[in-house]
Design a binder for this molecule. Sequence first.
Ligand SMILES: [Ca+2]
Ligand SMILES: [Ca+2]
Length: 605
Amino acid sequence: MDRESDKGARGHRDKEIRRLGDRKENSYIQSLFEKGGKVKGIENYQIKPVSRSSTKIVGIIAFLSWFAIPVSATTYEVGPGMSYENIGDVPLESLNPGDTVKIHHRTQPYREKWVIARTGTESQNIVFQGVPGTGGELPIIEGEDATTRLELNYWSEERGIINLGGSSYPNQIPDYVVIENLDIRSARLPYQFTDDQGQVREYANNASSIYVIEGSHITIRNCKIHNCGNGFFVSHSASDILVERCYIYDNGIEGSYYHHNNYTEAKGISFQYNHFGQLRDGCGGNNLKDRSCGTVIRYNWIECGNRQLDLVESDHPEIYNDPSYSKTFVYGNIIIEQTDEGNSQICHYGGDGSNTNQYRKGTLYFYNNTVISKRSGNTTLFRLSTNDEFCDARNNIVYVTTDGNRLAMLNTHGILNIRNNWFKTGWVESHQGGNYQGTIIDSGGMVTGDIPGFVDWGSEDFHLLENAPCVNAGGLLAAEVLPENNVIRQYIKHCQDEERPSDGIFDIGAFEFEQGGVETDSLAYVCPNPCRVFMGYNLVTFGDLNPGCVIEIYDMSGRMVHHSGDLSETAYHWDVNEVSAGVYFYIIGYLEESVKSKGKLVIIR
Ligand SMILES: [Ca+2]
Ligand SMILES: [Ca+2]
């Protein structure tokens, strides 16, 4: 049932294609050839399916042969008194790599909508860039009563304000496109727009601010996305999508569970530094719903929604057969159930359709998140869809405001490995009684208590106090997440980020205590530092030690790479011949005493 809005999208597109008349047919046949498709009645012209990169190479060769003279990048200035009064005045059908459409803030919204179906390159993106007002106000792209440049000719116009791909003219598959600094709003019923034929039409209920039909290397940055059916939507033909620093809120359809702030299905998608806020009043959709492979959700603030995270299956083989489908990374996020919003489950991982063979069935790596539930009744952290779904949960704070026994880890199924998490005292495995068939593996380091030690509950400052039980109580990350998905940043309210302080031992949760939680003893020295192995230095000396100490050395990921054992001398030499180049952290500690000294150590080879 939950797939209805998505299925609706596909069904509608099929219908659109079937009813294509002369206007769109030629380019549709051409696009089928480009995709290696087969056209009935003209089999002689059928080409074998080719990989996307081969298609791209063919396209590039054709492009180069048609345009022997390189085209230089153009900046189109849009706004009051500029060369282009409206966005639709820009020749959007002939944008080229490196072109930028600068949309300057004005008091009145731009009531315009368009398609992006031109291709940039890795070094020369096509950019739609809002230029904020003097107070930082983003230019507004208003879907209600928006008009469309008549030169454009694309389908699924009722599904988005800015569409990517799915177009007859122009008809490139967008690649390397950036959309940034825009406030994009109001695409859903009952709003209307004027289409590329000059006809007034209504939006679909599942319309989006940005509707990605196809395309690669698409970046959405620093946009506000609100008052739509689905806020941001990506369909399965897209790949390598990045959503960062966006405020996505106030979307959904009243009484519907099938319209979400975010609804995506792509081959490779990352969300970072975003603020996902509440849906529209009376809307039952999820906050971040995703059916992608290669999903990374890190350093976001995600509050409210039926479920905060709904990470379910794809029914497209190019996605569910991709190796990255089996690893989903969720880390460094602040995830909040603010009141009693809909479902009591925070994170669903697996699938929601009838074919369980297509479920994710891999591992959800869920670490260094701060999860808060203000529900009056039960909260369940994970719904893992079947016992083939596995979750590795480390270094997370999971705090409920009510009694601890209202917090369950699992719903009915799944295997959960827990390590170095802070959970409220009294937490239970499941609220499902006899229906519970899951398994929890306690791998150690767990901390429980009544309060995790937040700086200020009232202002939702979930940084840690110096004496918080979560400080230096974290553990190692799973080897599978390193190095690419190490926890090295942390969120700043809102939509910003900073380097996560590091003292070599993870704190539990999304924030590291600022001062590192350990004292510095200036008496000990470390030399040479940096240690230049290529110049013949292969020993690092720790001097002026107090006898009885131990030295521990960690890499950037928090993994201990060396332990000195108990020392009885005042100096210690670490042989770095076999040690990789990089930044390390050392901690000089004493048995039965608190840590005394720490610092960074750099090895250059
Ligand atoms: Ca909820
Ligand atoms: Ca620490």
